[in-house]
Write a protein that binds this ligand. Sequence first.
Ligand code: ASP
Ligand code: MG
Length: 424
Amino acid sequence: MALIVHKYGGTSMGSPERIRSVAKRVAKWARAGHQMVVVPSAMSGETNRLLGLAKEVQPAQLDAAAMRELDMIASTGEQVSVGLLALALQAEGMPAVSYTGWQVPVKTDSAYTKARIESIDDQRVRADLAAGKVVIITGFQGIDPDGSITTLGRGGSDTSAVAVAAAMKADECLIYTDVDGVYTTDPRVVPEARRLHTISFEEMLEMASLGSKVLQIRSVEFAGKYRVPMRVLSSFTPWDIAIEEEATSGTLITFEEDEKMEQAVVSGIAFNRDEAKFTVIGVPDKPGIAYQILGAVADANIEVDVIVQNVSHDGRTDFSFTVHRNDYQRTSDLLNQTVMPAIGAMQISGDPKICKVSIVGIGMKSHVGVASTMFRTLSEEGINIQMITTSEIKTSVVINEKYMELAVRALHRAFDLDAPQNLG
Ligand code: ASP
Ligand code: MG
């Protein structure tokens, strides 16, 4: 008997019929003798609908008091889905009980709309499991020290599930979703993309942070910190397939680097169209300049990703960085109105039409020439690289958005990811 956490995404919970299918699947696991904790998302589209209502009522800029109410509103989507799933399980003859985040409780900080989980009290859940019940806990939410409901950021149910699995020392956390695992890249861009049987935790962390939307990045961070065995798999297989088959399907996130040694140097290509680039032109090249620019940006709570400073000429240099595209206007105003006059830069240029394409692979640690293969491939396609950033296991380039698909396809081919032997 094992303690297993299942997480079901919005599409998997998307209709009464789908919820009944989830209930049948969970009941199958419980009948096989496992203790089951289930963390579902809101039904697909529901969180958007709720936040849309909020926006209709109050379309202006939101202050902290308003953000609190957004969480109050958005958290209800999951409350509905846990109740429905508990009902469906009971209808299957399987005892089940549902809880919202605050009932467990899942304690978080007070950063509304992007709260972090601080602790989970598992007493109540354990008692129910011991009594033979399936326990269903809302994803995406918790309660802050003042007793206000918080949410964990979009896609946060993944993190809820992994956090519950970590707190309860579950044997495995299975993330059921509408794709059947983690792919070498998005199959909508590269039809030849292949599912990976395993991916290392470090690679998954990079893929998630670089734009692969399969898992919320915080869930991967959590899994790494607490070494939660985690698997991404499809909820669209027939619910009654054999447990042994289901339990080995999808993509397993591993903590064993050695397992990857025989594999491809590059495991995946990630891309992200959500960024925008700024260049501060003609900055006086003297100590403190990077801090004056990026300090002001950070103070405005704008996250910076790629940063490049050019070689200086005649005591002046250019300084470029990227931010989330949603922050484009705010960053532009800040740079033009505050930063440029303060530091005596000559000009600001902004470009929202960029994208970031990244190659990721543990094998890059031990192979030279990987980055140059990337650069050669892009140059052969006539794609100009605007910025480059690297870490031990990834290389990212910023390029014009219109070349994104071309770049991803060319790189996928160049690193042999189309080839069948790369199945992990
Ligand atoms: N329902 C939330 C969202 O749509 C959380 C989740 O699905 O993970 O972002
Ligand atoms: Mg999701």
